[in-house]
Design a binder for this molecule. Structure first.
Ligand code: SF4
Length: 271
């Protein structure tokens, strides 16, 4: 059986519940968007396009306002671009307003921290605002595919700073903890980066949009974690596609207050 091309998300699903992996990636049953995934995509699109703004008119007096306005306009624009997905969620106007405002606060939090970094860069490197903006502009939404490991992933931002490279993922999560699943995601990105560029990124991290950037050092141990989990999933999924070989892991993630696993009805974990 050929190896399936896995991703951090499919590997974490496999680790959480093998039956869920079976429904999603082998039977390919549909999944259902929810406000957290949709607004996550909206926030990602805003941050991807933020760096396309015209910095040539920045002055010491106006650059903060211009950046904040840019992010606000981007959110309005992207919320409209995702209108079909947002309306499909069938949320009340009050709920939609709440999530829109909450997303706006996250983006303003992010832009405020970007502005601090922009000022610090102009000061430390004695360069103009425009040069600092260029310097801080990351490579965005880069797809990495490894035929060797049969894995692929999209890295949200790759930042080249002096002699350091940071790979960064944005998250709108309410939990601000670098959980095992996040650590594994960063490990896989680091491995993909290493394979393509022949050198390790210095750090990998998550920009929690409700809070701040959290970076972890990239070392051999992190790469070993990625290799181990990739090997484990291929060893299983390339030998069987029988449902019974993908047992259920019944946890509070099957059903919780206000939500349930996409496959809850077909899976019937509680009988
Ligand atoms: S409902 Fe629970 S046991 Fe069933 S697939 Fe989803 S997570 Fe796994």
């Amino acid at each position: 059986m050929a190896k399936r091309v896995e991703s951090p998300s499919s590997i974490n699903t496999f680790k959480q519940c093998r039956r869920k992996y079976y429904y999603q990636y082998i039977e390919k049953l549909p999944t259902f968007p929810n406000i957290h995934t949709v607004r996550g995509n909206i926030a990602h699109s805003c941050l991807e396009h933020f760096y396309d703004i015209d910095a040539s008119s920045f002055t010491q007096e106006n650059f903060k306002q211009k950046c904040r306005e840019a992010v606000q306009k981007l959110l309005l624009h992207q919320w409209g671009a995702y209108k079909k997905e947002v309306e499909g969620l069938k949320l009340s106007q009050d709920q939609l307003r709440f999530y829109f405002e909450e997303t706006m606060l996250m983006l303003i939090n992010w832009v405020n921290q970007f502005l601090e970094k922009l000022e610090e860069t102009t000061r430390k490197k004695q360069i103009s605002l425009q040069e600092a903006f260029m310097y801080l502009t990351p490579v965005r939404e880069m797809e990495y595919t490894s035929n060797n490991y049969s894995v692929r992933g999209f890295i949200d931002a790759i930042q080249h700073l002096e002699d350091e490279v940071h790979i960064i993922d944005y998250k709108t999560n309410s939990s601000l903890e670098v959980k095992d699943s996040i650590r594994l995601q960063l490990a896989i990105y680091s491995l993909l980066y290493f394979e393509k560029h022949g050198k390790l990124p210095s750090k990998a991290g998550i920009f929690f949009l409700r809070h701040k950037l959290k970076l972890v050092p990239v070392d051999e141990e992190l790469l070993a974690l990625a290799k181990k989990e990739i090997e484990l999933i291929h060893a299983h999924t390339s030998t069987t596609e029988t449902k019974e070989d993908y047992p259920k892991t019944v946890t509070p993630l099957c059903k919780w207050n206000g939500g349930q696993c996409d496959f809850y009805e077909v899976c019937k974990p509680h009988g």
